[in-house]
Design a protein around this ligand. Structure first.
Ligand code: NAP
Length: 305
């Protein structure tokens, strides 16, 4: 019998994965926060995915964390700051040989999760797919992209990648997933905080070329010190390319701040600064950027961690 995908968190990415797996006939179950969220979900009748302007509802079964059934495969689709606690409450349900797929952006949350489920295999993911919620239990598939998956401690690909193929989730097994995550983190650090501080779209950073270049220099130093030279290669050129190619877009951090939502700063810029300190690396502009961002978040009444 096919293994069930438990999906922890029915937000943007959780819904994007759950609905595509379910419509391919793969068994999926959602794990929602508590009985109140489960009741609200059941009243809604399922998850709605809006794709190419067309909305379709999928009645994916759901449960609460205290359901006793064992979990073999868990897709963790919470924000980075919720992942550790959300997984910890499921630790006793994990079957021997259980696998977790971690969709969180940035770095730091994956290690925190792995520490609470030492017996399970943790697979990291880095995705360029884009989705947002436009209502409760309703998600718009906004940007088609790609997902890389990998396990830094075990290079063999799991057989369930076939489920992703059947579900039409574009993906590839990566043997250098940490390099990909570091590269994405560095791009994020060079672009997203500045879009918040300068209150601009990505393209607005073309007017702050020097500031971006200095940050890229410090980020390159950090990546090299962390043993990630491949992630450091031509970083500034790629940052400039991304700024140009996504000039009309608002960064994810900008959108979080604009919508008065908590950001994932601790797993992005905050993580970079923490690791630099650990390596006794003096990166004054990166630290200053973090301080400026914290002050801005606090002035808006948003969490700064
Ligand atoms: P999201 O829309 O905010 O969804 C997070 C979900 O997690 C929410 O539904 C939330 O429940 C749920 N959750 C939190 N704690 C929980 C718990 N203890 N038990 C059960 N459910 C819990 O977030 P997202 O945009 O999908 O982002 C998830 C991760 O993917 C982030 O790290 C993000 O950076 C990354 N990512 C997102 C995108 C994207 O396009 N959205 C793209 C690439 C990467 P409630 O509904 O009850 O609040």
């Amino acid at each position: 019998m096919a293994t069930t995908w438990h999906v922890l968190g029915a937000g943007s990415l959780g819904t994007l994965w759950a609905t595509r797996l379910a419509r391919a006939g793969v068994p999926v179950r959602l794990i929602l926060r508590d009985a109140a969220r489960l009741k609200a979900y059941e009243a809604a009748g399922g998850l709605t995915l809006v794709e190419h302007g067309q909305a379709r509802q999928y009645p994916v079964p759901a449960e609460t964390p205290d359901n006793p059934a064992p979990i073999q495969r868990l897709l963790v689709a919470c924000k980075a700051y919720d992942a550790e606690q959300a997984v910890a409450q499921l630790a006793s349900r994990l079957a021997p040989g259980a696998e977790l797929i971690l969709l969180q952006n940035g770095l730091g949350s994956q290690d925190a999760v792995a520490a609470v489920v030492a017996q399970a295999r943790c697979i990291h993911a880095s995705s360029t797919e884009g989705a947002f919620r436009d209502g409760d239990w309703r998600v718009v598939f906004a940007g088609h992209g790609f997902t890389w998956l990998g396990d830094a401690s075990h290079p063999v690909a799991p057989i369930w990648l076939d489920d992703l193929k059947d579900a039409g989730i574009p993906h590839e097994w990566s043997t250098d997933i940490l390099t990909r995550l570091w590269r994405k983190l560095a791009l994020n650090c060079a672009i997203n905080p500045l879009t918040v501080l300068h209150d601009c779209r990505n393209g607005g950073l073309q007017e702050h070329h020097c500031e971006v270049a200095i940050l890229c220099g410090e980020l390159t130093e950090l990546l090299e010190r962390c043993g990630q030279p491949a992630a450091a290669q031509d970083l500034q050129q790629e940052v400039e390319r991304v700024i140009h190619a996504t000039a009309a877009n608002y960064s994810s951090m900008y959108q979080d701040v604009n919508n008065r939502r908590r950001t994932e700063i601790s797993y992005l810029l905050g993580y970079a600064c923490k690791v630099a300190t650990r390596h006794q690396l003096n990166l004054p502009h990166l630290n200053q950027l973090q301080q400026r961002l914290i002050v801005r978040l606090q002035s808006l009444g948003l969490p700064s961690d």
